[in-house]
Design a binder for this molecule. Structure first.
Ligand SMILES: [Fe+2]
Length: 230
């Protein structure tokens, strides 16, 4: 399997390139507009055919490359059905299987950080977007964020996966690249709560500044980044 974790230092975003083999079909998760040329170069070098570029949710901290990639490569662009955007070629739903050759990725609806947040499960690993971060969980104070929904997504969905499942988040601000469900259950300070209400109270008590780019990124991402790419 080809698996690449590509870092954007400006927004601390991780983009994931997945393919079964050199010369095969590829998927991109959470591509960042400014890195479009880098992705295309790597895809060409590995003789891949990009079939789908998708986002875990409408991001507030960077502009997506899904629209530009769809334009340049004829790949499909995708996001969850709850996302308020009309520019993607398809919208996936809970439990939908997304394929590239024989690689299968299952979409799991994990709202809370936003109401359009999905995680993607592929064999031994899960791409958790901003729902579950390494030793953190995504903020829930904008874009229809909801701490109660996030608690349910975390405790009833993601943390019920096998403990050796690898956790690949959409961001890390301290250079950590991967974790496991085992580690996050035990050592993620935000998950050490004794009740749903305690998790909700802890998230509601946060007073965070809005992301620097939110006023630019959210409207741009509802256009698949295409206005920015023009
Ligand atoms: Fe986010």
């Amino acid at each position: 399997m080809i698996f690449r974790q590509i870092f954007d230092p400006i927004s601390s975003t991780y983009t994931y390139l997945l393919a079964e083999r050199i010369g095969g079909e590829a998927l991109l998760i959470d591509p960042v507009l400014e890195h479009t040329d880098n992705y295309l170069k790597l895809i060409t070098e590995l003789d891949l055919k990009l079939v789908l570029a998708m986002d875990t949710h409408i991001h507030a901290d960077h502009v997506t490359a899904t629209g530009k990639l769809a334009k340049l490569t004829d790949c499909l662009s995708a996001i969850g059905e709850q996302a308020q955007t009309e520019c993607v070629s398809l919208k996936f739903t809970e439990d939908e299987i997304i394929k590239a050759d024989n690689l299968a990725v299952r979409a799991i609806y994990t709202p809370g950080h936003t109401d359009d947040s999905y995680s993607f499960l592929m064999k031994d690993r899960v791409f958790t977007g901003d729902t579950l971060l390494i030793r953190g969980t995504g903020r829930t104070d904008f874009q229809n964020g909801d701490p109660a929904a996030q608690y349910d997504s975390l405790f009833n969905r993601l943390l019920t996966l096998p403990e050796d499942t690898l956790v690949y988040p959409a961001h890390d601000y301290e250079g950590r690249t991967v974790s496991t469900i085992y580690e996050e259950k035990r050592f993620n300070p935000w998950l050490q709560v004794y009740s749903r209400q305690q998790y909700i109270d802890q998230m509601n008590a946060l007073e965070l500044d809005p992301p620097r780019l939110i006023d630019v990124a959210v409207p741009a991402n509802r256009q698949c980044g295409l206005q920015m790419a023009a």
